[in-house]
Structure formats: structure tokens, C-alpha cells
Design a protein around this ligand. Structure first.
Ligand code: BGC
Length: 460
């Protein structure tokens, strides 16, 4: 008979899909501000500093949410944390939509950020703890798929309400996925691994029976209980224990690298980059930006198909190679243009479009989904919430720093300098992955934990 974790039930797919709706909240709020900001500017007559605050308030909220989300998800559980996040998200959205003054708008955006900070990692965490191991990569990456779909939905919503200049309606649309997540998660079970962690193995067994579709879940339950017994309950200082040191370095390192390779300068500033490249018409650069959003979704689907077959490492290495080459091309294109090679057969606009599309495709194939997947797999249960929280705080803080410095960096070292810098970071990231990231496909979370303790693969 096949071991229980190999079984795929319709129920486990539904549970993963519902939790992944958290990704829509993440993506929607990443994308919506770019369309709304013009009108917000007008209504509240913002200075450029105030505009920056309006754009980055969500990121600051996300840093706070990610920090508290770890202890929260260990204490009240994964499911309750996602429920709390969806409530805060809906409340924050109403504060934004109804805000008569700018300061209230900022409060609402920070609330939304807090919710996203929590949900951004508790959703992948929850999915990884309920997923059968041989499709865990695909199920956890559903969250990334819905991030990319959320970004695309935001572009659509922005476009739809732009004619009327109705920025409040743009934000209000977020209530729909927020409510789907709230009601959906209410109906979902708790994480069986968290239940064992809370010393409730009986309840954990019942959940496992339901999600695995079999009465005999004793092997899986036994493995989880064993790992909880060996590890106990972790605190922040346990993050520095020898067995956690490498996973900690991997999580924090990949968090920085996922952002420092420049993805959000493309997501947030694609129209601006196209304008740098001479695509003056706003409609053309917006069409090109939507194209990037579509590629992001489609290639994430490809990654979902491949991640449990090819494995995490090859996808990450191909991804980083592609991103690096695309940034190199972009950097060279801009350098030639400013060097006066303007009359070349291929225009800078075309080079820019091709490079950005290759870049986003390469990101979606690996670094996008696999960062969130790996941080949901590599930590021992005893410190999983805290360690993921730390990696996620790092990711949001890096997101904030890169977004905040992009335009000043362009002023300082020019467009080509910035893109070449991102290419260099991609090279460093490739070496980091090549040297340090182990393959986790097909292993149970408990086997991964044992690997980091002994540095030996099961059976190897
Ligand atoms: C990253 C986000 C990014 C998104 C784009 C996510 O994995 O964490 O910062 O905006 O991918 O698809």
C-alpha cells in the first residue's frame, strides 16, 4: 500500500486553493496603488514626499505584520492567523475607501500592509503543512500564482476605474478576495502539524484522515509527533541553534536576493522604464506592462508543473541565469543608447520589451515561487513560524529599500548602471543557490528537518 502522504484528495486541493487566495490580496495591493496614486495625488494635493509615503505605507505595514505573524501563527495557529489577516485587510480597505483625510488613508494602508505581511507567509506555511509531499511544491506555489493573478486583476481594476478617476472604487474591489478568504478559511481545518505542536494529536489525526482520505494516518502522525518531541517549542534564540543556522541563512539570504535582483522595480516601474526607453506613448507602455503581468502568470503555471518534477534547485539556477542575462542585455542596451548608438536596427524600446519579458519569465519560473516555497519547507516545526517570520520581514524590508532607492540610483549611476548592478546581484544569487541550497523535492517536512540536523539525505 502507498504511504498515506502520497494520496491526493480533492479536499486537500480545495484547502490549498482557498488558503492561496491570500496571494490575491498580496498581488492586488502590490498592483493597485500604481493606478490609484495619480488620483489620490490630485484629491489630497500631495507633495512628492507624501506620495512616497502613500505608496510605501503598505510595505511598512507588511514589515510589522510579518514580524508579529510568526509568534501569532505559533500561538493561535495558522488558520486563525489567516482569518485575522483577512479581517484586518477588510477593515483596512474600508478605512482607505472612506478616508476623508490623508492621514486616515495612511492608517488604512498600514492596516492592509499588516494583513498582507501576516498572510504572505502564513498561507504558504499552512499549505506546506497540509500538502502531500510529492505535490507540496505545486500546492504551495499556488500562492505565488494567485499573487501574479492579483497583480493582473489590479491592472484591470485600475484600467476600468481610471476613466472616472475613481480611486476609492479601485481599492474597494479588494474586499471581494478579502471576503472569499475570510469565509473560505473559516470552513477549512487547522494545520495538523500545528495541532501536534499544541499537543492535540487526536485532533491532528482527524484532520489528517480527512485531508488524506484514509483512516490509517498513524505513520504520518507518528513522524510529526517524533519531530515535535525531539525539538520541543522554540523561541527566538533557538533560531541560532546549529541545526537551524543554515536554513536561517538560506531564508534570509534568499529573501534579500529575491528583492535585490530587482523584480519590484519592474513590477512597480515598468511604465517608467518603458518611457526611459523612449516608448513615449502612455498607452503603449501600459500595454507592455500588462504583457509583463500576463507572462508572470503564465510562466508561474509552468513552474507549478515543474517544481515537483525537476526540483527546486534546477529551477532556481535556470531562473537566476535568465534574470541575470536579461538584466545584462537591458544594461548594455541602455549603455549603447546613451553612447549614441541611437540609429541601430533594433530600437531600445524593443530591447527593453524583450529583456523585461525574459526577466519576468525567468523570475516566475523559479525565484518568485521557490523563495516562498523553500522558507515554508526548510525550518523545523518548533521554530517554523518564527523563522519564516524573520525571512518574510527581511523580504518586505528589502522590497521597501529597493523600491525606495530605484529612482535615486538611476540618477546616481544611470539606467544602465542600475540594470548591470541587478545583473551582478543575480550572478551572486546563482552562486549562493549553487553552493548552499539543498534539493527538497519529494521529502517530507520531517525528512528535511532531519537532513538539516545531520546534513545527510534520507537513504543517502
Ligand atoms: C515577490 C513580490 C513580487 C511578486 C511578483 C513575489 O514572489 O515576493 O515582491 O512583487 O513575486 O510576482
Amino acid at each position: 500500500m502507498a504511504p498515506e502522504p502520497d494520496r491526493i484528495t480533492g479536499f486537500v486541493l480545495v484547502v490549498a486553493a482557498v488558503a492561496a487566495v491570500a496571494g490575491i490580496l498580496f498581488g492586488f495591493d502590490t498592483g493597485v496603488i500604481s493606478g490609484a496614486i495619480l488620483f489620490i495625488n490630485e484629491e489630497f494635493s500631495l507633495t512628492s514626499v507624501m506620495t512616497e509615503v502613500a505608496v510605501s505605507a503598505v510595505l511598512m505595514g507588511a514589515i510589522i505584520g510579518a514580524l508579529f505573524g510568526g509568534p501569532l501563527s505559533d500561538r493561535v495557529g495558522r488558520r486563525s492567523s489567516i482569518l485575522a489577516a483577512s479581517l484586518i485587510f477588510i477593515a483596512g480597505t474600508f478605512v482607505v475607501v472612506l478616508s476623508p483625510i490623508f492621514s486616515l488613508f495612511i492608517v488604512g494602508r498600514i492596516l492592509i500592509g499588516i494583513a498582507i505581511g501576516v498572510a504572505s507567509f502564513v498561507a504558504p506555511l499552512y499549505i506546506s503543512e497540509i500538502a502531500p509531499e510529492h505535490i507540496r511544491g505545486a500546492l504551495v506555489s499556488l500562492n505565488q500564482l494567485l499573487i501574479t493573478i492579483g497583480i493582473l486583476i489590479a491592472y484591470g481594476v485600475n484600467y476600468y476605474f481610471a476613466a472616472a478617476g475613481d480611486w476609492r472604487a479601485m481599492f474597494l474591489a479588494g474586499v471581494i478576495p478579502g471576503t472569499v478568504l475570510l469565509v473560505g478559511m473559516f470552513l477549512m481545518p487547522r494545520s495538523p502539524r500545528w495541532l501536534v505542536f499544541m499537543n492535540r494529536p487526536g485532533d491532528a489525526g482527524k484532520v489528517l484522515q480527512k485531508i488524506r482520505g484514509t483512516a490509517d494516518v498513524s505513520d504520518e502522525l507518528g513522524e510529526i509527533e517524533k519531530s515535535v518531541r525531539t525539538e520541543g517549542r522554540g523561541t527566538w534564540s533557538d533560531l541560532f541553534a546549529p541545526a537551524v543556522r543554515l536554513p536561517l541563512l538560506l531564508g534570509v539570504g534568499l529573501a534579500v536576493l529575491q528583492q535585490a535582483t530587482g523584480i519590484n522595480t519592474v513590477i512597480y516601474y515598468a511604465p517608467t522604464i518603458f518611457q526611459f526607453a523612449g516608448l513615449a506613448e502612455a498607452t503603449a507602455s501600459i500595454a507592455a506592462t500588462v504583457g509583463i503581468g500576463v507572462v508572470n502568470v503564465l510562466v508561474t503555471l509552468v513552474a507549478i508543473r515543474l517544481v515537483d518534477r525537476a526540483g527546486r534547485r534546477p529551477l532556481l539556477l535556470w531562473s537566476l541565469a535568465g534574470m541575470g542575462i536579461a538584466m545584462l542585455l537591458l544594461g548594455i542596451g541602455f549603455a549603447l543608447e546613451s553612447g549614441g548608438a541611437g540609429g541601430a536596427a533594433v530600437s531600445l524600446g524593443q530591447v527593453t520589451a524583450v529583456s523585461l519579458i525574459v526577466y519576468v519569465a525567468a523570475f516566475a519560473l523559479g525565484l518568485g515561487p521557490i523563495f516562498w516555497l523553500l522558507i515554508a519547507e526548510i525550518y523545523p516545526l518548533s521554530v517554523r513560524g518564527l523563522a519564516m517570520s524573520l525571512a518574510t520581514v527581511t523580504n518586505w524590508a528589502a522590497n521597501f529599500l529597493i523600491a525606495a532607492t530605484f529612482l535615486s540610483l538611476v540618477n546616481l549611476i544611470g539606467e544602465s548602471g542600475v540594470f548591470l548592478l541587478y545583473a551582478l546581484v543575480a550572478l551572486l544569487a546563482w552562486l549562493f543557490v549553487f553552493k548552499l541550497v539543498p534539493e527538497t523535492k519529494g521529502l517530507s517536512l520531517e525528512q528535511i528537518e532531519a537532513y538539516f540536523r545531520s546534513r545527510k539525505r534520507p537513504g543517502g
